[in-house]
Write a protein that binds this ligand. Structure first.
Ligand SMILES: *[C@@H]1O[C@H](CO)[C@@H](O)[C@H](O)[C@H]1NC(C)=O
Ligand SMILES: *[C@@H]1O[C@H](CO)[C@@H](O)[C@H](O)[C@H]1NC(C)=O
Ligand SMILES: *[C@@H]1O[C@H](CO)[C@@H](O)[C@H](O)[C@H]1NC(C)=O
Ligand SMILES: *[C@@H]1O[C@H](CO)[C@@H](O)[C@H](O)[C@H]1NC(C)=O
Ligand SMILES: *[C@@H]1O[C@H](CO)[C@@H](O)[C@H](O)[C@H]1NC(C)=O
Length: 778
């Protein structure tokens, strides 16, 4: 993923450009769509083998080339093929698609966050664990009891307090998963909390060779920390008095659904680097095997904080394929949107049957102010535990103490070996963000003998601060403050710049919050611009959750600190928040489809920050639906959405026919009269290249009280007229469905080039069912 962001996001995601490999035989995934159900498991493997035998020279070669045969829901296999062999297979009629597996850098992509998503609810902390007698969402959902959440990630740290099992219910009889033993991991590590744990490594091994077991455990145990963080965010037990090293973010840590049962699927592994681990890589063929197992073993929700950095069409996207088969079984799949913002059109995981999650801030800061020699106090944030207390040191700008010959645009960025020790020693060094990682810049200051480090944002990051556990005393400041510091250092009236960095303290209730993280990936959706993505935003900036005790909080080899909790940022962190909310909805409404749960989360999302204005980006400009989709997660409201936009597995197959990607299920025939892709009953509407006008159909299902009357109100996108017909809907009973049409027409005398944003809201006075509408004529 995004090296831009920093290795701290490590896992965050994403697909690097396809890793070049010298071998002529690459792993391809050959996909046949859903199983017809006419073959026994051993017959399926033979069937897959017959295709390989057809393109390979010998039986042995065919057998040796097979990595996985997907047999449960997904019909397909992963095998080493030459491009020519792949091409022969892709021309066969039964084959839906053949694609090179994408290795995904997991840029893979808590205490305060659960209270915070109660924002706008009126009931203060909505996930307040103390008010057990009240009808809070958590009590109604029995804290997620009897719901199983599958997490695809780097494994988990079984000793974490988040995964203890006392007072958990029994393992459900329906559960078919296993506890796969391995390095530092035996059957006693699974319990009634973590009821399944497995690992998938054939794709990794094919690419990197045998796992170096000093770099990672050949077992579900997490060496990285990312998987422990995401799985404890979804379903970690309530742990009082959790904090990051010492006292930061102290509070009760809890997963969003603390009594769900977890099934851990380790699909991301340490990437061997030159002299150290270089993040984690998750291979698509390994993920597909895990998804196929998770579906058949009986998970209800999947949380997947993994994705590509590029748009990949749905028939060539393993996560989209796996998720479609999951949705057929009613499983809700939540995925991270990606960390490739702030540029437009950077989303991953854009299929309409997935819930795609962007990242935004909490109302919490880790304040560590800078006091300049002239007395000016600058707000800064850090989670480093190294302190300078109240002592003043000389302050220098990195660009003034760098080795000569650094390109102008890179001076000041504290890249490796760029600082002159003789000019940095004993000083606080001010560095700018840009190339290189945030913690890596701190290491460079330390290497050069600097005593402290101030990291300044530039325009791209605005005022968003990712708090890092730096390896020396440090703090980070927003763009406006960075300018002030630089002006102070450069000012003619400053003969000897100095500063002190005060120790960090945790402050909650900061405003405005939430704001969108600058790194959150943005729309439009390049795979299909008629589906709006992301769907929703949730906390993903500076989130505290459990961590692997085999990894340092900075993930740097030279950092030998070990922690039980870590503060981490990325859409990897926001995705499990939404997965947890989906698990609570599943507990309350066990018969709801995956689409109904997704619709409930989307149409009840909030748009305001705690300053009562529209959520902004990190620079302070109003954010839009390409950043937050329908808005910020509000689980309590989602439990009672009033109406839902439901969609079935067959609706998605019809949609795929309209998209000219048929075949995901060979027993399904595309309808003769294909609807528009826009007609998919999705709880949002995106229109591109509009000429004149367009009319689309939607159907809502009444899930509120029996009789009700809903009225439509519209905020049209600038330059467009919107008509809803009919604009009132009367329901006589629960479960009743009503359809209506939305007509979007371009105003004749207005010339609109870019995307414009509007809303459709149905209300019965009690419920607000809100859908974003985005339109472009270009
Ligand atoms: C499993 O491993 C733990 C150490 O992590 C050990 O204490 C325990 O005896 C082992 N149990 C079994 C059944 O091997
Ligand atoms: C495994 O990784 C360690 C730590 O990076 C390294 O010292 C060792 O040489 C590696 N072993 C092999 C067989 O590559
Ligand atoms: C820090 O030092 C300044 C003067 O040097 C003093 O006024 C201030 O009270 C000190 N603050 C703390 C927290 O010790
Ligand atoms: C990173 O370095 C490249 C090469 O010097 C430069 O073109 C680019 O602008 C830099 N990016 C940032 C964000 O500083
Ligand atoms: C948020 O609201 C508070 C209280 O009304 C106000 O003092 C503050 O300036 C506002 N902040 C922003 C960024 O609008």
């Amino acid at each position: 993923m995004a090296k831009i962001l920093s290795t701290v996001f490590f896992f965050l995601h994403f697909i690097l450009p396809i890793i070049a490999s010298s071998s002529e035989n690459q792993v391809y995934i050959v996909y046949f769509g859903e199983h017809k159900g006419d073959k026994a498991l051993h017959e399926i493997e033979e069937y897959h083998h017959s295709y390989l035998a057809y393109v390979k020279e010998t039986e042995e070669e065919a057998r040796a080339s097979l990595l996985y045969s997907y047999k449960h829901s997904i019909n397909g296999f992963a095998a080493r093929l030459s491009p020519a062999q792949a091409s022969i297979l892709s021309d066969m009629e039964e084959v839906v698609s053949v694609f090179r597996s994408h290795p995904m850098k997991h840029k893979m992509h808590t205490t305060r966050s659960w209270e915070f998503v109660g924002l706008e609810e009126g009931i203060k902390p909505q996930f307040d664990l103390k008010t057990e007698n009240s009808e809070s969402l958590l009590t109604r959902a029995k804290y997620g009891r009897n719901v199983i959440v599958g997490v695809l990630d780097s494994g988990y740290w079984p000793e974490s307090q988040s995964f203890r099992d006392e007072d958990m219910g029994p393992i459900p009889k329906s559960w078919k998963g296993i506890c796969q033993i391995g390095d530092a991991f035996n059957s006693s590590h699974c319990n009634r909390k973590v009821i399944g744990a497995r690992y998938y490594i054939k794709g990794y091994k094919n690419h990197y060779g045998k796992l170096n077991r000093t770099l990672d455990y050949l077992s579900p145990r997490d060496k990285d920390g990312h998987g422990t963080h995401t799985s404890s965010t979804v379903g970690g037990r309530t742990v009082p008095n959790a904090a990051f090293m010492g006292d930061l973010a102290r509070g009760t840590a809890s997963g969003g659904a603390p009594l769900v049962q977890l099934a851990i699927y380790k699909v991301c592994w340490a990437t061997p680097g030159q002299d150290k681990v270089d993040g984690n890589t998750c291979f698509e063929e390994d993920m597909l095997a895990a998804m196929d197992d998770a579906i058949s073993e009986g998970v209800h929700v999947m949380s997947v904080s993994i994705g590509t950095t590029k748009a990949v069409d749905y028939s060539h996207d393993g996560i989209a394929i796996g998720a479609l088969h999951a949705v057929k079984k009613g499983i809700v799949v939540a995925c991270s949107a990606g960390n490739s913002g702030p540029q437009a059109a950077t989303l991953s995981n854009t299929a309409p049957w997935i819930i795609t999650v962007g990242a935004s801030s909490l109302d919490r800061k880790f304040l560590a102010p800078v006091v300049l020699g002239n007395g000016v106090v600058i707000e800064g944030e850090t989670i480093t535990t190294y302190r300078l207390d109240n002592v003043t040191f000389p302050l220098v700008y990195a660009g003034d103490v760098s080795v000569p010959n650094i390109p102008h645009e890179l001076a000041g960025q504290c890249l490796p070996n760029s600082l002159l020790p003789e000019k940095s020693y004993g000083k606080i060094v001010f560095c700018l963000r840009g190339n290189g990682t945030r913690v890596g810049k701190g290491m460079e200051v330390k290497r050069a003998g600097g005593i402290g480090y101030i990291l300044g944002n530039t325009k791209g990051q605005g005022e968003e601060i990712v708090a890092d556990p730096h390896v020396l005393p440090a703090t980070a400041v927003g763009e406006k403050e960075a300018v002030k510091i630089l002006n102070y250092i450069k000012s003619k009236t400053t003969s000897f710049p100095t500063a002190k960095i005060l120790p960090a303290s945790t402050v909650v209730g900061t405003s405005p919050a939430p704001f969108m993280a600058s790194f959150t990936s943005r729309g439009p959706n390049l795979v299909d611009p008629t589906i709006l993505k992301p769907d929703i935003t949730a906390p993903g900036l500076n989130i505290l959750a459990a961590w692997s005790e085999a990894d340092a909080p900075t993930k740097l080899g030279i950092d030998d600190r070990r922690v039980k909790w870590n503060i981490y940022s990325g859409t990897s962190m926001s995705c499990p928040h939404v997965a947890a909310a989906a698990a609570l909805l599943k507990a309350i409404h066990p018969t709801w489809s995956s689409a109904a749960i997704r619709s409930a989360l989307i149409t009840t999302a909030g748009l305001k920050n705690n300053n009562e204005s529209l959520i902004t980006d990190s620079v302070g400009n109003p954010a839009d639906s390409f950043q937050f989709g329908a808005g910020h997660l509000r689980p309590t409201k989602a439990a009672d959405p009033g109406l839902v936009y439901d969609a079935s597995y067959n609706d998605y197959l019809t949609y795929l026919c309209s998209l000219n990607m048929p075949g995901f299920d060979p027993s399904f025939n595309c309808p003769q009269n294909l609807p528009k892709t826009n007609d998919l009953n999705h709880p949002s509407l995106a229109i591109s290249k509009l000429i004149g006008s367009i009319t689309v159909t939607r159907t809502v299902t009444n899930v509120g009280k029996g009789t009700s009357k809903y009225l439509a109100t519209v905020t049209p996108p600038m330059g467009y007229k919107i008509k809803i017909s009919p604009d009132s809907l009367i329901f006589k009973h629960k479960g009743e469905k009503k359809s209506f049409e939305i007509t979007v027409e371009k105003d004749k005398d207005v010339n609109v080039q870019q995307y414009e944003f509007g809303w459709l809201t149905w209300s019965d006075g009690l419920h607000t069912v809100r859908s974003p509408i985005v339109v472009s004529s270009a």
